[in-house]
Design a protein around this ligand. Structure first.
Ligand code: HEM
Length: 301
């Protein structure tokens, strides 16, 4: 039954089975054993022990083709090119509460309890679309197997794909939080390069990953190339600095202070230069970094 829900890549069936054995052996209560047995009997994927926290390593369950098709359909009903910037930003703002130092936060759908925070302005619409996608899974093979956190991650990945960006393969099995994550974890748009580097370091991301993930601003309204196209225009613009050209009527609307800060540090500048000349390198790194973001602080349900 396990094999029905686990494809060859990502978490292998034997890997999961091994982890289950390790996690379940000490449990004499039988509660977890029942969970796993029940899940197998019902044809749903196995459940890992609650509190099995992962940090940036995607070890969830790879859905079977039927489950994946149902999720894709639900996601496609709410994510299109116009909604892509909103949904990509939603995923970052849900995951971005993670702190390695504190050992909490992450991609867990806690964003639903954080929508009134100033940094989350505009994201209520995105959360409503997640609820809509969840409702549309009723009666499908994915019913009951997919969390809100999974849908947030998948919607973010779909946002990248529909605007022409790289594929980001994702698993399912993320647990949903029941309360808000601690405030004050998102990078400020007033941040300089060191503050950005430090903020992302506490989420487990290095300089290269910070620069790659920031490339998400290539879509949406910040003036980096075509708002609906995921490409490396973010980096070519960061090098051209069009916000300095006061004869450009849009100069004041191009990028955030935090975007402008990135080319001002040699560590980040070097990566910007690389992505500006090599879009394939940006796509590869973005895909890997976004996959990691979607596993940030995740507890498997
Ligand atoms: C590096 C630190 C970051 C800061 C300070 C930041 C801040 C912001 C702010 C303030 C906006 C709204 C701009 C506006 O509408 O005027 C925005 C938009 C956006 N952010 Fe970020 N962001 C950061 C990194 C990221 C990352 C890592 C992602 C995704 C992986 C992301 C995805 C987006 C997207 C897609 C938009 C466009 C939303 C839209 O147009 O509806 N951002 N960001």
């Amino acid at each position: 039954m396990l094999q029905d829900h686990v494809a060859a890549s990502g978490a292998s069936a034997s890997g999961l089975a091994r982890r289950h054995a390790l996690l379940l052996l000490p449990s004499a209560s039988g509660a977890l054993l029942r969970l796993v047995a029940g899940a197998a009997a019902a044809g749903s994927p196995p459940l890992l022990a609650p509190g099995y926290a992962l940090a940036g390593v995607d070890e969830g369950v790879v859905p079977s083709p039927a489950v994946k098709a149902a999720i894709d359909k639900a996601i496609d009903s709410v994510v299109n090119v116009g909604k892509a910037p909103l949904m990509l930003r939603l995923a970052y703002h849900d995951a971005g509460t993670f702190s390695k130092k504190a050992g909490d936060g992450g991609l867990n759908a806690s964003i639903q309890f954080e929508l009134d925070r100033p940094e989350n302005f505009g994201l209520k619409r995105g959360w409503r679309l997640v609820e809509q996608a969840k409702a549309s899974l009723k009666g499908t093979p994915a019913d009951g197997l997919v969390s809100n956190a999974d849908l947030i991650a998948w919607a973010g990945a779909r946002a990248v794909a529909v605007t022409g960006g790289p594929r980001v393969p994702l698993t399912i099995g993320r647990a949903d939080a029941r309360a808000a994550d601690p405030p004050g974890r998102m990078a400020s748009e007033r941040s300089g390069p060191q503050a950005l580097i430090d903020n992302f370091a506490d989420k487990g991301f290095g300089v290269r990953e910070l620069v790659a993930l920031s490339g998400a601003h290539t879509i949406g309204g910040k003036g980096f190339g075509d708002a609906a196209t995921f490409d490396n225009a973010y980096y070519t613009s960061l090098l051209a600095k069009p916000w300095l050209d006061k004869t450009n009527p849009m100069w004041d609307h191009i990028g955030l202070p935090s975007d402008h800060a990135l080319p001002e540090d040699p560590r980040t500048l070097e990566v910007i230069q690389e992505y500006a000349r090599d879009q394939a390198a940006f796509f590869d790194d973005f895909s890997a970094a976004f996959q990691k973001l979607c596993a940030t602080g995740v507890t498997l349900a």
